[in-house]
Design a protein around this ligand. Structure first.
Ligand SMILES: C[S@@+](CC[C@H](N)C(=O)[O-])C[C@H]1O[C@@H](n2cnc3c(N)ncnc32)[C@H](O)[C@@H]1O
Length: 314
């Protein structure tokens, strides 16, 4: 996966909610920021355009191909520091001297257009490729192991809980009957043999999403990174999170509301809320019709913004 790429082989990723997200994120041009999902560098470049000479930006991504593309797109900029790693360990990726001093942290979750379109990465049912789906070669388990080694119960639960696919039992059974499954094309054919009619494409997308979430442990990684992000922020620092499916959005929503993943605000003996985070906007921000028309990949995006409360109790 550490193939060398150039911009002719990098599939362009159009940044989603670009202006809106950076408007909320950059509250101080001299501040220190983290883009936890650097990708092709679209959001990072916009953030840098809003910073003064004193401002700083860390660009985190676990994918080496994203770093290569972003380096070319951003060019030489002393204010920018690329960081290769998984944002689930955000605090360990950033020098401890910045703990409690970060002004804003951006999450633009999910996969990039490049990752989806590159058949070799195995993310898409639209391109035949190996069953991989790892966002990084730092990750252990690949889609091949999930599809070929998991028990029926485990595979069914991945498809049901992470893919939110109602036909999980039939699909898991069919996969097991057809093992070994060698490619995304074979997996697609198995799913198409079980789910008929107009819902086939949606089911394909859901099963592939479920396996991808399992391979990259996306939900547990998101939870730990939000907790780390809150610790890293200075008072009144912001987290801006763009998510692309309801499982991610629920995690973000609950955390922004309460500082925990149940979404229940704990109170002390006197009834004072025990939380150090609050939403900046009550409502979700979605891409405009115009943006979705120009970039259909933006259609499921939901953006939420929260800030660390000064003198918070958590
Ligand atoms: C939607 S893309 C970001 C696109 C970027 N905002 C841009 O404008 O080009 C998501 C990126 O986040 C990265 N990513 C996803 N989960 C990650 C994680 N747990 N740790 C680090 N990077 C991650 C992916 O590798 C991918 O490059």
């Amino acid at each position: 996966m550490d193939r060398r790429i150039d911009m002719t082989t990098y599939h362009e990723h159009i940044p989603v909610l670009l202006k809106e997200s950076v408007d909320y994120l950059v509250t101080d041009p001299d501040g220190i920021y983290i883009d936890t999902t650097l990708g092709g560098g679209g959001h990072s470049k916009e953030i840098l355009s809003r910073l003064s000479d004193k401002g700083r930006l860390f660009g985190v991504d676990q994918d080496s191909e994203a770093h290569e593309a972003a380096a070319k797109y951003i060019g030489d900029d002393d204010r920018f520091t690329p960081v290769r790693g998984n944002f689930g360990y955000l605090k360990t990726l950033i020098d401890p001297e910045y703990n409690g001093k970060i002004t804003g942290i951006l999450f633009d979750l999910g996969v990039s257009t490049h990752q989806i379109k590159e058949a070799e990465r195995g993310f898409s049912f639209q391109h035949d490729g190996p069953l991989d789906m790892r966002m990084s070669n730092l990750t252990g388990v690949s889609a091949y192991q999930v599809v070929n080694d998991y028990t029926y119960e485990k595979l069914r639960d991945v498809i049901f809980h992470y893919g939110e696919e109602r036909g999980s039992k039939e699909i898991a059974k069919a996969i097991i009957e057809n093992r070994p499954v060698e490619s995304t094309g074979e997996l697609r054919a198995i799913i198409e043999g079980v789910v008929y009619g107009q819902h086939t494409v949606k089911s394909l997308a859901r099963v592939f999403q479920g396996i991808r979430i399992e391979v990259n442990r996306e939900l547990s990684v998101l939870r730990s990174s939000l907790e780390d992000a809150l610790d890293l922020l200075e008072d009144e620092g912001r987290i801006v999170a763009i998510s692309y499916h309801s499982l991610e959005d629920r995690i973000v929503k609950n955390f922004f509301k309460s500082g925990n993943f149940e979404g229940k605000i704990e109170k002390d003996f006197y009834g004072n809320p025990l939380t150090s985070i609050q939403p900046v906007e009550k409502n979700i921000i979605r891409p405009s019709e115009e943006e979705i028309k120009a970039n259909p990949a933006a259609r499921s995006a939901k953006m939420r913004i929260a800030e660390k409360m000064s003198g918070g109790n958590n």
